[in-house]
Design a protein around this ligand. Structure first.
Ligand SMILES: [Zn+2]
Length: 400
């Protein structure tokens, strides 16, 4: 598969986009003494081969050890050095090139994928990489990683670069929350984890995870139901009393998982459910989470159950200004490849929320992927090339 894709992509790059590599050389500026010279067609082929290699390494959230081991080698191969922190996140550094005394810039991605992500078999057709259809592709976020590594190999003018690859992003930003921030000096950065190239994510909501456990009393459903306390019914009443969905233009609430009961003919004594709420306004989110917890407690108690509610504020709403240095840098870089990127505030969240909470100003730039978190996920190689060119331009501007 690797050989086939390499030939196909090498030929396509030269045949269909003759101006691309020439323009790319022009953007890199004059060759720096001692820097490796690029051969035509090598960028696309090498990046795609590495991307395919990475998506074949299973790394569903919680199972990132192999991809992190691979990346330790890949960072060294791309001219940097890297180590894992105590949580298993990768933190790397690449030396500055063609400039001196500039502040470091952080580039970041995540190394885990959503499910189904085991045994991914990438297929290339008409310049687009897809999965075989049975799994996701894992372009989210391995296309981003491949783009960063290619940019590190080829960029000729850049400040010192710090590179963080988090674990367990997809299941609640656990990796970045446990990241060893003492190893990072950068105060600004670019997270390569948005899908399309034409938007820059400048913020996300406060997020509250609400874990609920109701305990009733088991009893035979036919012989002595009056001795039981039905935990499923108590949970149902609690959920029915919650206001769910879009509550206002900034705020949403949901119950996504419920489980309980073992047998049809027994009064169930235990039920768990998982709820969440999010708001672009942090205080509103705090108040809503408290209200939801209160309603659940009241309803559970009214129906005889003991209720345990755990509320976790997993991230705090952030919005970086559209005229901030980081957003302007991202816009300028994307403009270099002809993209007039729009700033968006998303109701999902990325590692950028935590970086911003930690005082590192972080904008989220696209990697060119589409259909993320589905088995139709795909990425066009031409868009990966564009992302590399845009990122290369951002680094050059950061070195000004
Ligand atoms: Zn992602």
């Amino acid at each position: 598969m690797g050989g086939e894709s390499g030939e196909q992509e090498g030929g396509r790059t030269v045949a269909r986009r003759p101006g691309l590599l020439a323009r790319r050389r022009a953007w890199y500026g004059p060759a720096v003494a001692g820097a490796p010279r690029e051969k035509e067609g090598t960028m696309s082929q090498r990046m795609v081969d590495q991307f395919l290699e990475m998506v074949r390494i299973d790394s569903e959230s919680g199972n990132e050890a192999r991809i992190m081991q691979y990346l330790l080698g890949a960072v060294r191969e791309a001219g940097g050095e890297a180590a894992l922190d105590a949580y298993g996140n990768l933190i790397g550094k690449f030396p500055e090139r063609g400039c001196k005394g500039k502040a470091p810039l952080l580039l970041s991605c995540h190394g885990d994928t959503v499910k189904p992500g085991v045994g991914i078999e990438p297929v290339i057709k008409d310049g687009v990489v897809r999965s075989s259809g049975k799994t996701i592709l894992g372009a989210d976020d391995k296309a981003g990683i491949a783009e960063v590594l290619e940019t590190m190999r080829t960029s000729q003018v850049r400040p010192p670069i710090e590179f963080a690859v988090s674990r367990q992003e997809e299941v609640g930003l656990h990796g970045v929350k446990n990241l060893d921030f003492s190893r990072l000096a950068a105060r600004r950065g670019i997270l390569m984890d948005n899908d399309t190239l034409d938007t820059i994510v400048i913020g996300g909501p406060s997020y509250f995870a609400i874990d609920v456990e109701l305990t009733g009393r088991s009893a035979h459903a036919g012989m002595e139901p009056e001795k039981g306390i039905n935990a499923i019914q108590a949970a149902a009443k609690a959920i029915a009393a919650l206001e769910l969905g879009r509550l206002d233009h900034q705020t949403t609430a949901n119950v996504g998982v419920i489980e309980g009961g073992l047998i049809r003919n027994g009064v169930p004594d235990r039920t768990k459910f998982l709820a969440e709420c999010r708001s672009a306004d942090h205080e509103k989110g705090v108040a809503l989470a408290a209200r939801m917890a209160q309603t659940i407690r009241e309803q559970g108690a009214a129906n005889g159950a003991t209720v345990k509610v755990e509320v976790n504020n997993l991230c705090r709403a952030v919005r970086i200004p559209e005229d901030s240095w980081t957003v302007k840098l991202a816009k300028r870089g994307l403009a270099e490849v002809g993209i007039d990127a729009k700033c968006v505030f998303i109701t999902g969240f990325t590692d950028a929320s935590i970086y911003n909470n930690q005082g590192i100003e972080m904008a989220v730039v696209g990697i060119g992927a589409q259909g993320e978190h589905t088995t139709a996920e795909c990425v066009a190689i031409a868009d990966m090339e564009k992302a590399v060119l845009a990122l290369t331009a951002m680094l050059r501007f950061a070195a000004e």
